[in-house]
Design a protein around this ligand. Sequence first.
Ligand code: DX5
Ligand code: ZN
Length: 229
Amino acid sequence: MSMNHPIRIAPSLLSANFARLEEEVRCCEHGGAEILHIDVMDGHFVPNITVGALVVEALRPITTLVLDCHLMITEPERYIEAFAEAGADWISVHVEATRHLHRTLSLIRACGSRVGVVLNPVTPLVSVFDAVEYCDFVLLMSVNPGFGGQAFIPSFFRRARELRAFLNRNRLEHIEIEVDGGVGLENAEEIVRAGASILVSGSGVFRGNPRETIPALRRAAERGLTLAL
Ligand code: DX5
Ligand code: ZN
């Protein structure tokens, strides 16, 4: 059994101009994005430091787009409630960052947010096979987390195909695969053919005008969907 999830484009605000964040959000809305991807980094789990729940709280009243909070932080369980209260629609945590994954995923669910688990590029897929049933989506990193503008790691394709097959075999076809890192016009079609439906893009979207780069990325991604039919 397989199903085609509609393509959703999630601009990563990491590459936006933080001095003009509201304008950047408007450009993403006009470009037709469904999701805003917010990268939360603590300088500990990853080498970089970015933003916290305060920024989610500031964005919440100005947009109805899905706020997708990607927590690249050690012990994310300590901050789940704060992000949910700030208005995070989706919260994802790294399997490498939390000791009691089931408890952390259950906490996100109890707080009313959609639940995601994230894997670094070479973390074995099997490490989340028992966790996916508690999730709404799985985020497969296609770069090492920490920075925008890095090169896409091609083993993503094999990993996404294997995860998609596992989900379909286990009647978990409703669970979506999100891809994050180095996504662009040149690989979007193949990414979708491998089984992903939520495409995060930072530098690819904000390098140009999001009103144009987002529809272009969507067109490229949807070509992969047509071929999958
Ligand atoms: C990296 C972040 C990504 C980043 C992607 O740690 O998780 O969301 O913004 O940036 P690009 O699309 O430029 O690779
Ligand atoms: Zn991210």
